[in-house]
Write a protein that binds this ligand. Structure first.
Ligand SMILES: NC(=O)c1ccc[n+]([C@@H]2O[C@H](COP(=O)([O-])OP(=O)(O)OC[C@H]3O[C@@H](n4cnc5c(N)ncnc54)[C@H](O)[C@@H]3O)[C@@H](O)[C@H]2O)c1
Ligand SMILES: C[N+](C)(C)CC=O
Length: 479
């Protein structure tokens, strides 16, 4: 059976290769539940080869001028635009996402993000050079870190690949990137695109599972390990990297609070929050997943949100009316289903709460109310199309509950009171606070969390800095 499937391959040192020992895994389309390809299950020999290629390519790539690296990234961005339909097709097979939304919501920001980092390559910052001790001039050199081991998740496989390779390559690093074992197809296509533009060895792709990822992070060559994924995986990466003191960059998910005050524009809030909660089947680390609503408007808000959920459609990628597709894999379906099955007696399912169909891994838009702060579904990441609602009495309680989880990536506040919004922005302990909106991201602004959401920033000049190191050079100017 699997011999008839399309064969995806690793991209190492400028060529496509099978795993050295020939091992593969089937890759399943989550909208159908059927395998459509095989991908290498990479082992130590594959990781060794990719790291050796990236290490060999590093000096020449590092020594290119920023202008040359900018030109390469701009060509990559142009190629993404030219080959957008191929990227969309690969991503849709990977994930089951709606075709139209992948075209409108993913390709343009990805291309823009690559172009942003192309520009950033020429805007490296440093403090002024000068004489801080008599007769001695100090300067700061900003340099690439080296080879970067990068591990991507399955929820936005191609966009997260961009967030990883673009700043790394722009800064002069070389890359070994691993997509999730459930979603390798778009990353393999990205390798083909980038490989036609940069010298061999600069960008390498290894397919495989968490053991392949672990072998990359534990490898002696990379100077930096970056991962987007679960807290469990992030802790494991940080532990492995600590053994030889590699730099670590972690984006580990969230449990975004959405704090709705009684003076909000209810219709706008409900519409925006339901989209931000259900988009991508809620498989988004910033999803508007945990609503805290002031008690005076609680019942009206819950009724409106339940109606918005009932009006939200999930279904096949070619259906233009759907907001979101399937969950990514059977484990994720089991995880989401488990949270709903284990709801405490005081919880009330206001909408959804069930699987949709028997083919693929679709789950209905779901709203759950009546929850308490220490309930499992409030404290843990569901990563599915499930919005929870709690009722708060005053600002202090809202802040207490909003901050009362282990995650700290993103949050939002909904109010017409500017002073209250700014007070909340100060005390909410999250890497992002949106006011009267939730989920937009721009290339110029940092994305990244605190607490168990990880450390290090994606996007922005701050994200670019994370892929550089600074060196002090001091020279005598006497004689
Ligand atoms: N932050 C995010 O964007 C994000 C993305 C995907 C999953 N998640 C969370 O993770 C939960 C579980 O999903 P999952 O188990 O499929 O994700 P995961 O964290 O296991 O996988 C993410 C990536 O990390 C790799 N990986 C896993 N363990 C590793 C290790 N020890 N060393 C190196 N690489 C490793 C995987 O192969 C994959 O490429 C989800 O329910 C969700 O809560 C978060
Ligand atoms: C980074 N983001 C928000 C696009 C996806 C995280 O799950």
């Amino acid at each position: 059976m699997s011999t008839e499937l399309r064969r995806l391959r690793n991209y190492i040192d400028g060529e496509f290769r099978d795993a050295a020992d020939g091992r593969t895994t089937d890759v399943v389309n989550p909208a159908t539940g059927e395998a459509y390809a095989t991908a290498p299950l990479s082992g130590q020999a594959d990781v060794d080869a990719a790291m050796a290629a990236a290490a060999a390519a590093f000096p020449a790539w590092r020594d290119q001028t920023p202008a040359e690296r900018q030109k390469a990234l701009l060509k990559i961005a142009d190629a993404f635009e030219e080959r957008a339909e191929e990227l969309i097709a690969a991503e849709v097979e990977n994930t089951g996402k709606p075709i139209g939304l992948t075209r409108s919501e993913e390709i343009p920001p990805m291309v823009d993000q690559i172009r942003f980092f192309a520009g950033a390559a020429r805007m490296l910052e440093g403090r002024a050079a000068g004489e801080y001790m008599e007769g001695l001039t100090s300067i700061v050199r900003r340099e690439p870190v080296g080879v970067c081991a990068q591990v991507a998740p399955w929820n936005y496989p191609m966009m997260m690949a961009v967030w990883k390779f673009a700043p790394a390559l722009a800064a002069g690093n070389t890359v070994v990137l691993k997509p999730s074992d459930t979603t390798p197809a778009s990353t393999v296509l990205i390798a083909e695109i980038i490989g036609s533009i940069v010298p061999k060895g600069v960008f390498n792709v290894i397919c495989g599972d968490r053991d392949s990822g672990r072998a990359m992070v534990e490898h002696p060559v990379p100077a930096m390990a970056s991962i987007t994924g679960s807290v469990r995986a992030g802790i494991s990466v940080a532990e492995s990297a600590a053994k030889d003191v590699k730099r670590v960059h972690l984006e580990l998910g969230g449990k975004a609070p959405v704090v709705v005050f009684e003076d909000t524009d209810m219709a706008k809030a409900v519409e925006d929050i339901s989209v931000a909660g259900f988009f991508n089947a809620g498989q988004d680390c910033t999803a508007a997943t945990r609503v805290l609503v002031q008690e005076s408007i609680h019942d009206e808000f819950v009724a409106a949100l339940a109606k918005a959920a009932a009006d939200t459609k999930t279904g096949m990628p070619d259906d233009e009316d759907v907001l979101y597709g399937p969950l990514n894999n059977p484990n994720q379906l089991k995880q989401v289903t488990g949270f709903i099955e284990r709801l405490p007696a005081h919880a009330k399912v206001e909408a959804g709460g069930h699987r949709v169909g028997e083919k693929g891994y679709f789950y209905a838009p779901t709203v759950v109310s009546g929850l308490k702060q220490d309930d499992e579904i409030i404290q843990n990441e569901v990563f599915g199309p499930v919005i929870t609602v709690q009722s708060f009495s005053d600002e202090a309680q809202a802040v207490d509950w909003a901050n009362g989880v282990e995650y700290a990536l993103a949050s939002s506040v909904w109010t017409k009171d500017h002073s209250r919004a700014m007070r909340m922005a100060k005390v909410l302990d999250f890497g992002c606070v949106w006011i009267n909106t939730h989920i937009p991201l721009v290339a110029e602004m940092p994305h990244g969390g605190f607490k168990k959401s990880g450390y290090g920033k994606d996007l922005s000049a701050y994200g670019f800095d994370d892929y550089t190191r600074i060196k002090h050079v001091m020279t005598s100017i006497e004689g």
